[in-house]
Design a protein around this ligand. Structure first.
Ligand code: MIC
Ligand code: SF4
Length: 643
């Protein structure tokens, strides 16, 4: 068996371990962050469970920390009170980015983690199955229920050799994105192996598994080996270590070989993580902004490397350089060893150790300006600037470009300084409020804890059972690879509304089509058409909930991204795929359509009839759902079923 299969076998509750079959697995750990967490806990609260039933659940605050109004602060207080009530760890704002902290303090080889954030596979670097999901799936896992997924194929990424100086693990995942594209990982798990893995540290591995999300993969995983033990030891958690590798005769659906020694610094050009070229090819382009940070590249080792490049130099006068450390551990360590002073001396703008610019919370680049970021996503407009030109690269490329003022291949800098891996990280968990520290282990105390809801925290909308028939207008027709950032943008204006569906729904498709909301409201709902991989990217349930609030009950697409499809189903919205991709051309925006027997056909499992009244054509949509999904959809969503 592969590492992935070994962990699945230990956690399987339902279903067969055959690729494509639905399986239910036991979840050991969950994580939420504030931007998806408020919904997840409102959902958990609605389930009427008295406390979490996982081994460990953590609520992080890292996305909405700007606090331009009362909304974010109210959310934080709500999350803290929920954590206290239900026995959840609470990572206070200021502690850092969920994935970085989870790796440092909680990730455990052999266990399962479900997180309401698409980059949860970051923890796959630790030899655990770590999967991103919608908040409702995480809420169910917190309540002790299984997590359902389609058993993925396991692909082996066989690494050999060693990275050359200035080439980093970021280039490994960029190379895979170049080869496979943003939909190349759909239905797959990427398991890393081969003799090359031993040269990669756990934080380096995490950069790879984290950005596996951009391949559309279910998750990515490394074995747990000596490097894992050393990392856990340095985090004073050696007791969490187990040796976990694949069997000698493990079989994989496919093997992809990467010779680390042949890689060079790569860069993802605007505006998709798979639009890759070598840094060398585009070197010399003027740079306006450089942002170092995000859960992808903000570890202690990353910032030490950046500092070694910046030390004694000055940031180019036309560049604004920002640095957001991944966690309080990272920030405090570089503060204590003096490296923070080198960064400040070079002219870096030190930002809070949070998601910050990665989710458009400040640092929107100037008009037409080039921004080089060490992040994982450069979807159009995500930075906060329309028509932005965001490039993704490794921290050395970012730092070298910040000094030169142009895109720079760090190999021009000569020999890199040696960055030593700490034998011991600085451990201080005082910003992580543990359930055990409070008297809440006493259930009577817990019952007394009042969940504090600010005025921006609105009740969850939900829809009634599936109607017999549906009709309406096609409100918008979109192309391939539409992201959840396109559907429900984030950023300083919209992110504070994550706990208020009526308010946030005013911004659906804001960046793509200003008139969408008007049309949706005038026609009291309707239908949406997407191309391939509709809903890729973030796990935000708002991309399902807000359109539902506007009256959209069915989505048509050539295919749906995994997390978004589950989110739609969880809220009783039908994700229907075309039986023939060419049928996509038979419906246009503005057409009036009719689904005359949707409920009957859906219940029977027969193809769903769609009549295009405007064009006088009829087509049949695929009706492929598991029995479990069918029940949820007929009930109008998972919460209705629970109730
Ligand atoms: C992202 O990177 O897009 C986010 C913001 O972390 C999202 C979660 C969210 O939308 O709140 C994700 O990756 O799931
Ligand atoms: Fe935060 Fe960016 Fe990581 Fe998402 S990708 S969790 S926004 S740092």
């Amino acid at each position: 068996m592969t590492v992935f299969e070994k962990i699945i076998k230990e956690h399987r509750i339902e279903g067969k371990m055959i690729p494509g079959e639905e399986i239910g697995i036991k979840i050991d750990q969950t994580l939420t962050q504030d931007a998806t967490g408020t919904m997840a806990y409102l959902e958990f609260d609605a389930m009427g469970v008295r406390n979490v039933r996982t081994k460990l659940s953590v609520s992080y605050v890292d996305h909405n920390t700007l606090q331009t109004g009362f909304e974010n602060a109210d959310d934080h207080r709500f999350l803290q009170s929920v954590a206290e009530k239900y026995g959840i760890y609470f990572s206070r704002p200021g502690n850092g980015i969920c994935h970085q902290i989870h790796l440092e303090r909680f990730a455990k080889p052999g266990e399962t983690l479900l997180g309401s954030d698409s980059h949860t596979p970051n923890a796959g670097a630790m030899g655990m199955i770590a999967i991103g999901a919608g908040g409702l799936d995480v809420a169910v896992a917190m309540a002790g229920g299984p997590f359902y997924l389609f058993m993925p194929e396991v692909v082996l990424v066989k690494l050999k050799g060693k990275l050359k100086p200035w080439v980093s693990s970021k280039d490994v995942i960029l190379e895979l994105l170049k080869r496979l594209t943003v939909k190349g990982g759909v239905g797959k798990v990427f398991e890393y192996g081969g003799e090359g893995i031993i040269s990669l540290t756990v934080p380096e591995r995490a950069t790879i598994t984290n950005m596996g999300a951009e391949l559309g993969a279910t998750t990515s995983i490394f074995p747990s080996d000596e490097k894992t033990r050393l990392y856990l030891k340095a985090q004073k958690r050696e007791k969490d270590w187990i040796l976990l590798g694949p069997d000698k005769d493990a079989s994989y659906s496919k093997i992809i070989e990467i010779d680390l020694s042949e890689l060079e610094p790569l860069i993802a050009k605007p505006s998709s993580p798979d639009n890759i070229s070598s840094v060398r090819e585009i070197a010399g382009k003027p740079v306006d902004q450089v942002c170092i940070g995000s859960c992808n590249n903000s570890s202690y080792e990353d910032l030490m490397l950046v500092a070694s490049i910046l030390k004694g130099k000055k940031v180019h006068p036309s560049v604004s350089l920002t640095i957001s450390p991944g966690s309080r551990q990272v920030l405090e360590m570089i503060a204590r060893n003096g490296v923070l002073a080198d960064l400040i001396d070079a002219g870096a703008r030190i930002l809070e150790n949070a998601c910050g610019p990665c989710i458009g919370m400040g640092q929107a680049p100037p008009t037409g300006g080039i921004s080089i970021r060490t992040f994982n996503r450069n979807f159009p407009g995500r930075s906060g600037t329309i028509n932005d030109r965001v490039y993704l690269a490794n921290p050395a490329v970012a730092a070298a470009s910040a000094i030169a003022g142009v895109i720079t291949d760090p190999r021009e800098l000569g020999k890199p300084s040696l960055i030593s891996i700490p034998d011991e990280y600085l451990i201080d968990d005082s910003m992580m409020i543990s359930p055990a520290e409070r008297p809440v282990e006493d259930p009577t105390h817990r019952e007394e804890v009042e969940v504090i809801r600010g005025p921006n925290i609105k009740p969850l909308p939900h829809r009634g059972p599936l109607e017999e028939s549906l009709s309406g207008q096609i409100l918008i027709k979109l192309g391939d690879n539409i992201t959840t950032d396109d559907i429900m943008p984030a950023g300083t204006k919209i992110l504070p509304l994550r706990s208020n569906i009526p308010a946030i729904s005013e911004y659906v498709f804001e960046r793509i089509d200003h008139e969408f909301i008007k049309r949706a409201k005038e026609s009291g709902g309707g239908f949406i058409i997407g191309g391939v991989n509709y809903g890729q990217g973030s796990s935000r349930e708002h991309a399902a909930l807000a359109p539902m609030y506007l009256g959209i009950k069915v989505f048509f697409a050539k295919s749906f991204a995994r997390i978004h499809r589950s989110n739609l189903i969880n809220f009783g919205i039908l994700p229907l795929t075309f039986s023939n991709e060419k049928d996509y051309n038979l419906i246009e925006q503005g057409d009036r359509i009719n689904l005359p027997s949707v409920k009957r056909e859906f219940s029977e499992g027969s193809p769903i009839t769609v009549q295009n009244i405007t064009k006088g054509k009829t087509l049949k949509m695929v009706n492929r759902f598991t029995e479990r999904e069918r029940k949820i959809l007929l009930a109008g969503g998972l919460l209705n079923l629970y109730r």
